[in-house]
Design a binder for this molecule. Structure first.
Ligand SMILES: Nc1ncnc2c1ncn2[C@@H]1O[C@H](COP(=O)(O)OP(=O)(O)OP(=O)(O)O)[C@@H](O)[C@H]1O
Length: 266
């Protein structure tokens, strides 16, 4: 029997979720979404369709205007402790070294001071930062700063990861490499991830499932189960015919949402 057999309780459950910021159109409308245990889910859609709003509702930073959001069965009110966040901007402490920045995650995770040194070494090694523990963020490239941010979120050991374009500011090559690192790390822990991105190839290469949203008001337009074998090689997979098919189909969905020539898109 497959070890990842369903059904499993959803980690995140959204039912009939609507979000109005004021004005005429809602930002989100009637969102029904389950995020399964251990699932890597990406959300793509036209700019302004409510992707970040959706993450904010899950994180408890905002309350929905209608419907319900549950994390591990509990209605979200305040930030659920099992969530870890990673954003496009790394939000590192500029006056603290790499080690100290990562230690913040250990502290938030309630790690006893005594065991921290060893765990820090481990996290530096996992994220390829072993030689940079004493460096300050300003001395690091954008990719390396995002590695520190990744180490810090791993230090915290969240049960569920919310990632809002974490590699969005990186150059194309570094982005693919960071995606591979994330895949490798995720493969070892298999925690649920909700990953927002504008990059369809990134979404398909990383995910078990990709949700495509409509333009404002954001609804779920389509849902793709990405049935590509794991473990994946984020570079090689891009030339796989089925990978290209998924990308093509998702691209067409998005183009038709923004009113473009979907039928001509390749
Ligand atoms: N605090 C706010 N007050 C009023 N309107 C808001 C607020 N936050 C977001 N919006 C509006 O809600 C809609 C959804 O915004 P959101 O940032 O969630 O979209 P997004 O899909 O993440 O956008 P992008 O792809 O450009 O990052 C947008 O039209 C935005 O202008």
């Amino acid at each position: 029997m497959a070890s990842n057999a369903l059904p499993r309780a959803p980690e995140i459950e959204m039912r009939g979720v609507t979000m109005h910021y004021g004005g005429s159109a809602a930002a989100l409308s009637r969102i029904d979404l389950d995020v399964r245990e251990g699932e890597f889910l990406s959300i793509v859609g036209p700019s302004g369709c409510g992707k970040s709003t959706l993450l904010r509702l899950i994180s408890g930073l905002q309350r929905p205007s209608g419907g319900s959001v549950r994390v591990r069965g509990e209605v979200v009110s305040g930030t659920p402790p099992e969530l870890g966040f990673m954003f496009q901007r790394d939000a590192l402490l500029p006056w603290a070294t790499v080690r100290e920045n990562i230690e913040v995650g250990l502290e938030c995770g309630g790690y006893a001071k005594a065991g921290r040194g060893e765990r820090l070494d481990e996290l530096l090694a996992i994220t390829g930062l072993r030689e940079f523990g004493d460096a300050f963020p300003h001395a690091l490239s954008g990719g390396m700063r995002q590695r520190v941010a990744l180490a810090r979120i791993l230090a915290y050991e969240p049960g569920i990861f919310l990632m809002d374009e974490p590699f969005g500011a990186l150059d194309a090559q570094t982005k693919v490499l960071m995606g591979q690192e994330l895949l490798d790390i995720w493969g070892r822990h298999r925690k649920a991830v909700v990953f927002v991105t504008h990059d369809i190839e990134e979404a398909v290469s990383l995910s078990d499932r990709v949700i495509v949203m409509t333009g404002r008001p954001g609804r779920i337009r389509s849902n793709y189960e990405i049935e590509l074998a794991r473990p994946r090689d984020a570079r090689k997979i891009r030339s796989d015919a089925r990978f290209r098919d998924y990308v093509h189909a998702i691209w067409n969905d998005i183009v038709s949402e923004v009113g473009g020539p979907a039928s001509r898109a390749h």
